[in-house]
Ligand binder design. Structure first.
Ligand SMILES: Cc1cc2nc3c(=O)[nH]c(=O)nc-3n(C[C@H](O)[C@H](O)[C@H](O)COP(=O)(O)OP(=O)(O)OC[C@H]3O[C@@H](n4cnc5c(N)ncnc54)[C@H](O)[C@@H]3O)c2cc1C
Length: 406
């Protein structure tokens, strides 16, 4: 077997590794300004944490990201550039519920209102900066309310125990666009955004190809893939989980790599099921959050109602076997296994930042400030889709200055 690269397959202005929303938004900005852009994605499908499963019946289900807001201005800009604004659909206002001791209950039913009333005014003076989720939210909800309810509700967002997360990484205040519905998805699900960016002129996308090595010599980046092909570029964008970026940069950018390797990554194991509407007896919900179970949350398709089906995606804690997951799903939904018309699974990776994360990111940013190395992803200022797109835009602007192309 010949293990040498087969030769240079192509030369680009920028090669981007990873075709999640971070990589593809960076590709969008790059191609829009005329850069010859290659995106290389390990998985057979583009999207990463965007993962809409579409079934032959026409029903679709999100295994990953599900909701966008009218405050996602940069994402909305890309949607407009792609010409798919007419595919935006409103997500209905259905409630989140709790699962307590096997019973579905309202969130309010589990709160101690006296404690909440005494604690809530602290929201006016307390700063999120420098506080963990637990230290910040337990002060404004009350310690018992936090342990009983909010710790679980907030852990449902990043699909992992979030008590030690920096408080300012989860929810951000952003100006809203009044001309767009508050909460939205698109026809065919959020994957529609990914599919549209991937089809844009000037973006070449390779899927099912893992990048194994990155070299930086004589001001040229060389990327070697699992099939021993080599691609070269003037600039490199890394849009993978931080652990992968750390591995790829180990030889060429050891200091950056060492900082990236300090960011922990958590695996999210998701199982989505679709059942006939009449099989499930509880009322429409946006999602269900357990106060102690083998999963962090259930996200429902009820916010975009369908005539025939209801869909539910369970985000499990890692390490449970498939049979136990299905048993747990059937128990919560109150259905038999034969009633699960569609079952689909996925794994996603999410960062697990802790206090001091902002200092780590500042150090990384200082190291790459004048380099043609672009780092983007959901581990910079926040995990939300808009945080990813905003980081890509900021990094792209920095790159254009370094390349001197605008
Ligand atoms: C279950 C879930 C629900 C969520 N819901 C919402 C929501 O409703 N709203 C919201 O705003 N945010 C939501 N988020 C957060 C948001 O979706 C993610 O933070 C964001 O999509 C991450 O995008 P990314 O491109 O940074 O990373 P990813 O989507 O993880 O993409 C990274 C890509 O890099 C690829 N890759 C890795 N290694 C290599 C390699 N060596 N070579 C080539 N490619 C490689 C991966 O295959 C992957 O496709 C959710 C996240 C999850 C997991």
């Amino acid at each position: 077997m010949n293990c040498n690269p087969v030769g240079v397959m192509g030369q680009y202005d920028i090669i981007i590794i990873g075709a999640g929303i971070s990589g593809l938004s960076l590709a969008h900005y790059s191609a829009k300004c005329g850069l010859k852009t290659l995106v290389i994605e390990k998985s057979d499908r583009a999207g990463g944490c965007f993962n809409t499963q579409r079934f032959e019946s026409g029903f679709w289900l999100e295994l990953g990201a599900h909701t966008c807001y009218n405050s996602y201005r940069n994402l909305l800009g890309i949607i407009e550039d792609c010409g798919i604004s007419d595919r935006l659909i409103k997500r209905e206002n259905v409630p989140f519920k709790l699962l307590v001791g096997g019973r579905i209950k309202s969130i309010f039913s589990e709160l101690n209102f006296l404690e909440l009333v005494f604690s809530a005014p602290r929201i006016l003076t307390l700063k999120k900066k420098g506080q963990s989720i637990k230290s910040y939210y337990s002060k404004i909800t009350g310690r018992r309310n936090f342990d009983r309810v909010f710790s679980h509700v907030l852990s449902a967002v990043p699909c992992q125990k979030a008590d030690d997360f920096p408080a300012d990484m989860l929810f951000k205040k952003r100006p809203r666009r009044k001309d767009v519905v508050k909460k939205f998805t698109l026809t065919g699900g959020l994957q529609t955004i990914i599919d549209s960016i991937a089809k844009e002129n000037g973006i070449e996308l390779l899927t099912g190809i893992e990048v194994k090595e990155v070299e930086f010599k004589n001001n040229i980046f060389a990327v070697t893939t699992g099939d021993r092909r080599r691609y070269e570029s003037r600039a490199l964008g890394l849009a993978t989980p931080p652990s992968v970026a750390a591995g790829l940069l180990r030889d060429s950018f050891p200091e950056v790599s060492s900082l990236l390797s300090q960011i922990k990554v958590t695996t999210v194991e998701s199982v989505g099921v679709a059942v006939r509407k009449e099989a499930v007896s509880f009322k429409p919900v946006a999602g269900i959050i357990p106060t102690g179970d083998s999963f962090y949350s259930i996200v429902s398709r009820d916010a975009v109602p369908d005539e025939d089906y209801r869909g539910f995606t369970f985000h499990f804690k890692p390490g449970m076997d498939d049979d136990a997951k299905l048993r747990s799903i059937c128990k919560v939904l109150g259905v038999e296994r034969r009633q699960l018309d569609y079952v689909v699974t996925a794994k996603a990776f999410m960062p697990s930042p802790v206090l001091g994360h902002d200092r780590l990111i500042k150090k990384i940013d200082r190291l790459i400030a004048f380099k043609r190395l672009v780092l983007t992803g959901n581990y910079f200022s926040g995990l939300a889709i808009e945080d990813c797109v905003t980081r890509s835009l900021e990094e792209f602007s920095r790159l254009t200055t370094v390349l001197g192309c605008i």
